[in-house]
Design a binder for this molecule. Structure first.
Ligand code: ADP
Ligand code: MG
Length: 244
């Protein structure tokens, strides 16, 4: 994206949520976007995810200019190219994990048998294949979020976007979910994750900090190694230094 601006409202009531933000996310990268509340993180994520369009500037997604698409075109792009993970999981209640994961493929017109096998494979990736028949209320918060991650990756999107994905999780579940993101990135997935937690950002390869709608910091860091491997990761210390 180049010289991207986003304003809400007009005249004296106008809020400039993003001010000429220029940013390029490379395929296979793992980017954490940090910043205090109101700094423009969700606005940026909404534009990256084609949930909203910028007021000014250009946004190329996979070489397509999506800055000026209408609502219908945006929803097509979203369905094909973006996988979303939200703070509140957004799973369909009383519906088995497998069916939740199949849903984006149903919209995309994938046949029943293939839907099923790809959904199972995605649940396998997040370590929940044996929970495929469980409903969201039968799963822990961390497991629900891993189902949501499976749903986000099942269409093989160009970009996985996560807005505060661990915001509702305890530290153990946070770690499980972060482990899944790290694994996905190792498998070549492109991830942009919004967070205000240093521990979460420490998993990323690149940390971007927003203040008042501007990028004030953009650092490449070595991603933290998994806690499961038991060392104290130097990269997480780097991640911590970047903060505030
Ligand atoms: P963050 O996610 O970092 O907390 P947001 O992107 O949600 O920040 O908000 C950035 C700024 O834009 C804030 O000042 C917020 O009040 C304003 N804002 C966000 N969404 C809207 C909206 N739909 N209408 C008006 N102002 C908005
Ligand atoms: Mg936000």
């Amino acid at each position: 994206m180049r010289w991207l601006t986003k304003s809400y409202g007009s005249g004296t009531a106008q809020v400039r949520a993003l001010r000429e933000v220029s940013l390029e996310v490379e395929a296979g990268d793992f980017v954490a976007i940090m910043g205090s509340s109101g700094s423009g993180k969700s606005t940026l994520m909404n534009i990256l995810g084609c949930l909203d369009v910028p007021t000014g500037g250009r946004y190329l997604l996979d070489r397509t200019d999506v800055s000026r698409l209408d609502e219908r075109q945006l929803s097509l792009v979203r369905n094909r190219k973006i996988g979303f993970v939200f703070q509140s999981f957004n799973l369909i209640p009383r519906t088995p994990a497998l069916a939740n994961v199949e849903l984006p493929m149903a919209y995309a017109g994938v046949g029943r048998t293939e839907r099923r096998s790809r959904a199972l494979a995605a649940l396998e990736v997040v370590g929940l294949a044996e929970r495929a028949a469980h409903r969201p209320n039968e799963l822990s918060g961390g497991q629900q979020q891993r189902v949501a991650v499976a749903r986000a990756l099942v269409t093989s999107p160009a970009l996985i976007l996560a807005d505060e994905p661990t915001g509702n999780l305890d530290s153990r579940s946070t770690n499980d979910v972060l482990e899944v993101f790290s694994q996905l990135n190792d498998l070549g997935r492109t991830i942009v994750l919004i967070t205000h937690e240093d521990e979460v950002a420490a998993r990323a390869r690149r940390v971007i900090r927003l203040v008042d709608g501007e990028i004030v910091q953009d650092d490449r860091v070595a991603p933290a190694v998994s806690v499961a491997h038991g060392h104290v990761p130097a990269a997480s210390d780097m991640g911590r230094e970047v903060v505030r």
